[in-house]
Write a protein that binds this ligand. Structure first.
Ligand SMILES: [Zn+2]
Length: 222
């Protein structure tokens, strides 16, 4: 059996880190991880100041959203988290109102591939249509947008990233914010260029050939 206490601590730690990085602001945003043994969701409670998130600010709900552990009601976006997880292949979900990602979702319909590292998120990131927070409409729109990628922007709202693990979902949230910041910063200088299909394919091929993103021992010269 997995250690639910350890999962609650992991969610609290991730929330504090994302707040320290400026992605979670005040009580805005929420973080969850799936308990692999039960399928329950270990998720931040509603109204928690995420920079100060402690283990007791993390609740556990079953796949239907019913509280099974913890003293606090889960986030008002619990339906969004459950919907994204139910779509399959997701171990953790991060939802933020991060400044750059939110700004992009206020103006654009998508974030085209502005840097090759964005391909780690699945390529172009569409902006899910606006719907009121906490509604099934928003949960459905974001879940649809996440098909085939691990990040979605939300019109006039924020962003969602996913990962097989919570560390990966957090890493993806930081990468998405960096890409959005890059779009904003480069737009100040002029019209940004984006990577076309051929450039994207070449990156994927090069990454596969070089096992990009992993360390490896230096080759001895002979
Ligand atoms: Zn939100």
């Amino acid at each position: 059996m997995s250690d639910v206490g350890a999962l609650r601590a992991e969610v609290a730690r991730a929330s504090r880190r994302l707040a320290a990085e400026g992605l979670l602001i005040g009580t805005a945003g929420n973080v969850s991880v799936v308990d692999p043994d039960t399928g329950n969701l270990v998720v931040t409670a509603t109204g928690v100041v995420l920079a100060e998130c402690a283990d007791e600010h993390v609740s556990v709900v079953d796949p239907r959203g019913r509280l099974v552990a913890g003293d606090l009601e889960p986030t008002s976006e619990i339906g969004l988290h459950l919907s994204v997880v139910a779509a399959g292949g997701v171990g953790a979900v991060v939802h933020t109102h991060a400044p750059a990602a939110t700004a992009v979702g206020c103006v654009r319909d998508s974030l085209p591939v502005i840097h090759y590292q964005q391909l780690l998120l699945g390529g172009e990131i569409p902006v899910a249509p606006y719907a009121t927070f906490g509604t099934p409409e928003l949960a459905a729109a974001v879940s649809r947008t996440l098909i085939g990628r691990s990040a979605a922007l939300m019109a006039n709202h924020g962003a969602v990233t996913t990962g097989g693990s919570l560390d990966k979902a957090v890493e993806n949230a930081l990468l998405l914010e960096w890409c959005c910041r890059l779009l904003i910063d480069s737009s100040v200088l002029g019209e940004p260029r984006f990577l076309d299909e051929a450039a994207q394919t070449a990156v994927v091929e090069a990454a596969i050939a070089r096992n990009y993103g992993t360390t490896r021992p230096a080759q001895e010269e002979n």
